[in-house]
Design a protein around this ligand. Structure first.
Ligand code: ADP
Ligand code: MG
Length: 641
């Protein structure tokens, strides 16, 4: 145990923030707000909360640290608990959506920015906290942007009401100190990082298929560099990562005839915590660690031992089209700033190399910096959350105000959902107040809140839960036929929503979930997650006194879904494409749908628009024009065939 302690202390002392401990504490003593900027991996997230704890800041309240992603909140909380020689949930805990691992004893609490934002609805002055660390501020998530304004306001109020000052630390790897400094009227502290040089290589020619480029590059690295040089690969999402992981594992076997000198790990948001943590465990010196990660490995998580980075140059982003009011999930080019962040991951422990799967000229065309999410995302949730705080967006102190057009369409759609009343002064309705109780997009909250009047609360609880989880079906390329056969028995002719519901219901009944999922080519992780989500949504629904009724009337169920998703209606055209009612997007049914390649219903509702080379509507269900007229008569301009 003592040797373990010494190792931890050695590690802590080796981090760049260690030398700045006094400076940070001094600044915070003199000022209510401090900005700290330094390289990723210098110890901001794991060390600063400990400095504050030791300096006595947790006596009058908790030290809260926000993270843009749940993975980060969980992994760093575990790390800090370990450094303090305790268990998670004691001195150090975390709270993320649908999971709370804190107790009365918790002094350092990691939480996602979404969770803190929701807490602020109940406790606008954030009285539980003596310090709030807004970490990874450069990520500029919508939630973080809202929190900037909310903590600023809480600081002012607490000072005025003499309720004990709220100290705020804003930390970031690459932040615009001037912009933040002006906004918070405070100084910035630059901490000297300690990184090693990274050699950067670009492809000579442009390649369409970046996954192939990544694969070739990886095996080039594997043949030409020592085995202890670990590789971090940046890709865009779960499906791409899992399929590449499988290819690499197969190729590595062929390459080495049985000896495993290369081990592949994956890292993305939907992965279980256990799996996420695996990539932090060192491999033996003669085994190369390869981590296939999404953007989550860009700044919020630091994995030791990385000497090579392969950057595909893309990131999956949700972007909001103000013209049509719909969110679209698509892969887009990263910014130059992101490219340099990614390259930097190779130079933490020693000299490194970054291989870019794009040319120098291509990179020249990238934007300089990533646009804050608030300028490119659907502001509907945000508007509602602010109104729940009795703040009208027009009077909110934004770091960067969102676009007028987007706000207008958000007010319009919230009004249509019945969540707010717009007028000279807009205000939240009782229904809207209930909607913010759920940690969900307003559409989903509306679904839950109206389900009992359709008599199908239990079904909607299951459906919303399974929609909150990702990729229920395992599509194993090898065994595609077998998988298709297994999946066929869940298929509903009505579409994907009822199919998903069939899967979830069958899963809930099985006594051997693990074996059952394996046999049916279903994702145990996703379904288990959905079951947890369902438990929590049920609790909230009970608190709201909603009747937990159940029905096997499929028509009612579909009408109920339509009632929440009236903005997501699409109409079949003569050429086989669908046109969305809001926004006039031309799209096809996604290949993953049970309705794909079959008879095409004239009217469908969909959950999501996905844009790859083509535009698709994902998760679709057949509806009828009569229902549209009956349930959502205010939906106008329905195109005809
Ligand atoms: P920053 O927030 O400045 O990017 P962190 O505090 O997250 O830095 O990490 C500091 C160092 O702690 C990292 O460089 C890494 O060596 C180590 N570290 C952080 N998290 C873990 C973990 N889960 N497992 C092992 N080491 C970790
Ligand atoms: Mg950090």
């Amino acid at each position: 145990l003592t040797s373990k302690r010494t190792t931890i202390e050695q590690h802590q002392r080796s981090l760049p923030v260690f030398n700045c401990r006094q400076r940070i504490l001094k600044e915070l003593e003199l000022n209510d707000t401090v900005l700290i900027m330094s390289e990723t991996g210098s110890g901001k997230t794991t060390q600063i909360p400990q400095f504050l704890l030791q300096a006595g800041y947790a006596k009058s309240g908790m030290i809260g640290i926000t993270q843009p992603r749940r993975v980060a909140a969980i992994t760093v909380a575990r790390r800090v608990a370990q450094e303090l020689n305790g268990n998670i949930g004691d001195t150090v805990g975390y709270t993320v959506r649908f999971e709370d691992a804190t107790s009365k004893a918790t002094k350092i609490r990691f939480l996602t920015d979404g969770v803190l934002l929701r807490e602020s609805i109940k406790d606008r002055l954030l009285l539980k906290y003596s310090v709030i660390i807004l970490d990874e501020a450069h990520e500029r998530t919508v939630n973080a942007d809202l929190l900037f304004g909310i903590v600023k306001d809480a600081q002012k109020e607490r000072r005025k009401q003499k309720l004990g000052n709220l100290k705020v630390v804003v930390t970031s790897a690459t932040m615009d100190i001037d912009h933040f400094g002006k906004y918070f009227s405070c100084k910035g502290l630059y901490l000297e990082g300690r990184t090693y040089p990274v050699r950067v290589m670009h492809t000579k020619e442009e390649h369409e298929d970046y996954v192939h480029t990544v694969l070739v590059t990886l095996f080039h690295i594997h043949r030409t560099t020592p085995r202890n040089h670990d590789v971090l690969v940046f890709l865009t999402g779960q499906e791409e990562i899992e399929s590449l992981a499988q290819q690499i594992r197969q190729l590595a076997k062929i390459d080495t005839t049985g000896t495993t000198d290369l081990r592949v790990f994956t890292l993305y948001a939907q992965l279980s915590q256990g799996k996420q943590l695996e990539c932090f465990v060192p491999t033996p010196a003669n085994v190369r660690k390869v981590i296939l990660a999404t953007n989550i490995a860009e700044t919020s998580i630091t994995i030791p031992g990385i000497r090579c980075v392969i950057d595909c140059g893309f990131v999956k982003e949700k972007s909001f089209n103000t013209a049509n009011g719909l969110d679209v999930l698509k892969s887009v080019r990263i910014s130059k700033a992101q490219a340099w962040q990614r390259a930097g991951r190779a130079g933490r422990d020693a000299d490194g190399t970054c291989y870019r799967a794009y040319t120098k000229a291509e990179m020249d065309s990238f934007a300089d910096a990533t646009q804050p999410e608030i300028l490119r995302s659907n502001p509907t949730s945000m508007v509602l959350q602010l109104l729940a705080l009795d703040i009208d967006c027009n009077n909110f102190d934004f770091l960067d105000p969102p676009l007028e057009e987007g706000l207008r369409s958000a007010y319009k759609s919230l009004d249509a959902l019945g969540a707010i009343k717009t007028g000279t002064v807009s205000y939240i309705t009782p229904l809207g107040r209930q909607m913010v109780q759920y940690p969900l997009d307003p559409k989903y909250s509306k679904l839950l809140l109206t389900a009992s009047s359709f008599g199908c609360m239990e079904e909607i609880l299951s459906l919303v839960s399974v929609l909150s989880s990702d990729h229920v079906f395992v599509s194993n390329s090898d065994k595609n036929e077998m998988a298709a056969l297994a999946h066929a028995k869940f298929q509903s002719k009505h579409g994907d929503h009822l199919t998903l519901l069939n899967v979830f219901n069958a899963f809930s009944k099985t006594e051997k979930p693990k074996m059952w999922c394996h046999d049916n080519y279903l994702n145990l992780r996703s379904l288990t997650y959905a079951r947890n989500v369902r438990r929590q949504l049920t609790e909230i629904s009970e608190r709201l006194h909603l009747a937990l009724n159940s029905s096997d009337d499929i028509e009612m169920l579909k009408k109920c879904i339509l009632n929440g998703f009236f903005e997501n209606i699409a109409v079949l055209q003569r050429d086989g494409f669908y046109i969305t009612v809001s926004g006039n997007i031309r799209a096809k049914i996604h290949p993953s749908s049970v309705l794909h390649g079959k008879y095409k219903p004239s009217y469908i509702l969909f959950t999501e628009v996905v844009q790859t080379e083509q535009t698709f509507l994902r998760q679709v269900t057949e509806i009828s024009i009569e229902w549209i007229k009956e349930i959502v008569p205010f939906v106008k301009n329905i195109p005809t065939r």
